[in-house]
Design a protein around this ligand. Structure first.
Ligand code: HEC
Length: 149
């Protein structure tokens, strides 16, 4: 009898764990966003534009078109490189390797502002919520080159 009770309790616990796990998975899925639903704010991109001019434009160009070995940060080639990655991946790339002359020298906030400007320059819309200042907080934001139907 005692064993039966334990088993029942165990099964209930297991069932609720499965149900809970399911709920978490569903929520994580709904929380996945794309750059098409507004991943940064307009004022953030404006700050990013100034920071880009100061730290990136010398190599990547005023209009992000690229100069010599520094590739364009807009257009089909750039979007193809980053298609199906996340805003967090792009953040980490910029934060850890750029500016090439002083990698890691920019704060998380400045990097996210610059990324907002890069997203804006690639035609992705602004939204209500700013791009956060750290990669894990935006790993749920997918970069998709083509606007989903
Ligand atoms: C001293 C020149 C220089 C500066 C300054 C610089 N970059 Fe770069 N960047 C490069 C070069 C060269 C490459 C390609 C080689 C490499 O990946 O290291 C590159 C590559 C990149 C890439 C990868 C592009 C792709 O399609 O994969 C990104 C993103 C990027 N830079 C962003 C930035 C941002 C944002 C800044 C300003 C914070 C910046 N860079 C400043 C020279 C520079």
């Amino acid at each position: 009898m005692a064993q039966f009770k334990m088993t029942t309790t165990g099964m209930i616990a297991l069932a609720s764990m499965i149900a809970f796990g399911g709920a978490v998975a569903t929520r994580a899925q709904t929380a996945e966003k794309t750059v098409w639903t507004g991943a940064y704010t307009a004022e953030q991109a404006t700050r990013g534009k100034a920071a880009y001019a100061a730290s990136c434009a010398a190599c990547h160009g005023e209009s992000l078109a690229g100069i010599d070995v520094a590739p364009a940060l807009t257009g089909a080639g750039f979007l193809n490189n980053w298609n199906n990655t996340s805003a967090g991946d792009l953040f980490t790339r910029i934060k850890t390797t750029m500016p090439l002359s002083a990698p890691g020298s920019l704060s998380g906030r400045t990097v996210s502002d610059i990324e907002a400007y890069v997203l804006q320059s690639n035609g992705f819309p602004a939204g209500e919520v700013a791009l956060p200042p750290a990669a894990p907080m935006m790993s749920n934001v997918k970069i998709i080159a083509q606007k989903p139907a």
